[in-house]
Ligand binder design. Structure first.
Ligand SMILES: [Zn+2]
Ligand SMILES: [Zn+2]
Length: 217
């Protein structure tokens, strides 16, 4: 193994039979924990706090493979601990503890606050923007706050956009303008009535009097 390779090679996982196999000499000083058998790793992890379990899972792919991922219930318990309260919040979409700025403010307040009645339904902005259909994400017409701005998933085209001015607008700028235009245009019935009246006037002018068919209407 050349020097360059030994420097860039990631640590572990160790061979479970020999412990040290699969590791290079430069990593040997870091191998004390990794060289233990898998049963001991699991045994040790069962005594660790959730913080330490999460940290250990982040060290190498080996630990993230053998140590079970914390359940959502455990994450919800962790978010009300002294260590995490008001700092990290559980997301039901990605089953991770995430920082407060990764959620829309409404997702971490009131009933969605840490320990709140709906905390179990909380999802981060990243999860909320996953494709539809699906649960634990922003549905058509949903609005949320992100980096101090209100965003939405357009009710019509499903694209993400900054919300246009106007309370509770659920469409992107283009679709909202088209919607307003449609609403201000006369309806089909109104147009038909206006056309009928125009025809009556034309026929009245041609005949000089209103035709009988119109009188009997
Ligand atoms: Zn998430
Ligand atoms: Zn749109």
């Amino acid at each position: 193994m050349d020097l360059q390779e030994s420097k860039t090679r990631p640590l572990g996982p160790p061979d479970l039979l020999t412990g040290m196999e699969g590791m290079n000499i430069n990593d040997a000083s870091k191998a004390s924990l990794l060289s233990l058998p898998v049963e001991l790793h699991l045994s040790i992890s069962s005594y660790l706090t959730l913080t330490d379990v999460l940290a250990l899972r982040n060290i190498t792919r080996y630990f993230s493979t053998i140590i079970p991922k914390p359940t959502h219930a455990e994450l919800l318990e962790a978010e009300i601990s002294d260590e995490y309260c008001y700092i990290l919040y559980a997301c039901t979409g990605c089953h991770r503890l995430r920082r407060h700025h990764q959620f829309s403010p409404r997702m971490i307040k009131r009933t969605h606050r840490a320990g709140g009645r709906k905390a179990k339904n909380r999802f981060c902005v990243e999860c909320g923007k996953r494709d539809l259909p699906g649960v634990d994400r922003y549905q058509r017409g949903s609005r949320w706050e992100e980096n101090g701005e209100v965003w939405l998933r357009c009710l019509d085209c499903l694209e993400f956009d900054r919300a246009p001015r106007g309370k509770g607008v659920q469409r992107c700028g283009g679709c909202h303008a088209a919607y307003l235009e449609l609403m201000s245009a006369p309806s089909v019935d109104e147009e038909t009535d206006q056309e009928d009246e125009a025809e009556v006037i034309v026929e009245k002018e041609e005949y000089g009097v209103l035709p009988l068919c119109y009188v009997l209407r």
